[in-house]
Write a protein that binds this ligand. Sequence first.
Ligand code: PMP
Length: 398
Amino acid sequence: MPFPFFQKSKKPILARCHDDQVTKMRLKYNPYYHAMQSQRGTEITIDGRPAIMLASNDYLGLSFHPKVIEAACAATRKWGTSSTGARISNGSRAYHLELEEKLAAFLGREACHVHAAGYLSCVSAVACFAQKGDIILADKNNHSSLWDGTRLSHAQVERFSHNNTADLADLAESLPPATPKMFVAEGVYSMEGHIAALPALLDVADRYNTFNVIDDAHGFGVLGRQGRGTVDHFGLNDRVDVLCGSLSKSLSSTGGFIVGSRAVIEYLRTHSKQTIFSAALSPGQTAAAQAALEVLQTEPQHHERLWQNTRRYRDMLHSLKLDTWGSEAPAIPVVLGSKERVYRFWQALLEKGVFTVMSIAPAVPPGKDLIRTAISAQHTDEQLERIADAMAYAVKKL
Ligand code: PMP
C-alpha cells in the first residue's frame, strides 16, 4: 500500500520526514505502536486476537488490583480529572504532598517531588543539578531521559563503558580534579536487565566527590527490602544524592519521582524547568501510585511471585539456549543479533499468542538486536506454560 505522505517536498524539514528511513522501516515491518483492543491483567487482545502480554513494566501486576483501581476512581471523583496546572502555580494539591511524604518515608529520604512523567523526573534529576563547567560521568547505556538531562545541563559529558568500574576509574583519574562532578547511572538497566555494580562504581565515584544520581525506574518495587530498590538492595542510601524513578512500572500508574535531602528537593522546585513549567500529576495517577505503594508494603506475595516467575521464565529461556544478555531482573531480553531474526521471532511469538517488543539497532548496539520481554507477578503457571510453548515454536521457526 503506498503511503501518501511519502512525497517530495520543497520544505527541507518536511522532506526529512517524508524520506526518513526509520519511519519507512517501521511501516514495512509494522512492529511498533500496536494498539490493544482490550486488556485484563496480562491477557490482551491485539490485532483482533487474544495474546499474553509479555512486555509490560507492570512488574508487580497491580494495575488491575481492586484497591488501586478504587483509589484512582475515588480520587477522580473527589478532585476531578486533572491537576490543571504546574505545581508552582495552580496545580499543587494535598494529594501530591501525601504521595511525596509516603515515598520519601518508604525510601528513607527527607523529601520527594513527583512529576507527571518518569521521563521528566529523570531529565530534571540531571539537568537541574549539573551546570556549565561541571563534568558528568555517565554510563554509556543510560536511558534517553538521562542523556536529555545531560544535554540540557550544558555540562561536559564523559561516558564510561557500561557497568565498568575500571573504565570509570581511568576516566575519572584523567579529568581535572577541581572541576565539580556528577555521577549518573541506572539501578537496573531496562533493556539488558543488568543490575548496576553500584557498590564498586560508587567507591570510585566518591573518591572524586561526585554528586550521585541514580535512576531506579526498573529497580524500584523489584529489588531491596519490600521493593525499596537497587540502592536499598546494596545498602547505599547515604551515598546517593538523588534517586529518581517512575510510577509507571511497579507502581502501576504514570508519573515519576525524585527523592533526596530537603535542600536538594527545594532546589529542584525552584530551579528545574521540567518541574516549574509542566502540569502536575493528575488525581487519578497520584492515588493509583499511592495505593500501589501501600499494597507493595502490605501484600508481599506480589513481590515473591514476581521473583518466582522471573526465575522460572529465565530458566526456561536458558533451556532453549536463548541469549538473555546476562539479565538478572524481571526485564529479560532475548538477543537475536539481527533485525530480520528479531522480526521473525517476534512474529512467531505473536502467532502463538504472546506479545513482546522488538528493539533493534540503533536503539541497541549493533549485533544486539533483541526482543524485550518482561515478566510480571500476574503471569499464571498456565500462561508461563503457553509462553514456553511459544518460545519453543519461535526457536524452531528461526
Ligand atoms: N528511566 C528509565 C530507565 C526508563 O526505562 C524509563 C521508561 N522506560 C524512564 C526513565 C521514563 O519513565 P516513564 O515511562 O514513566 O516516563
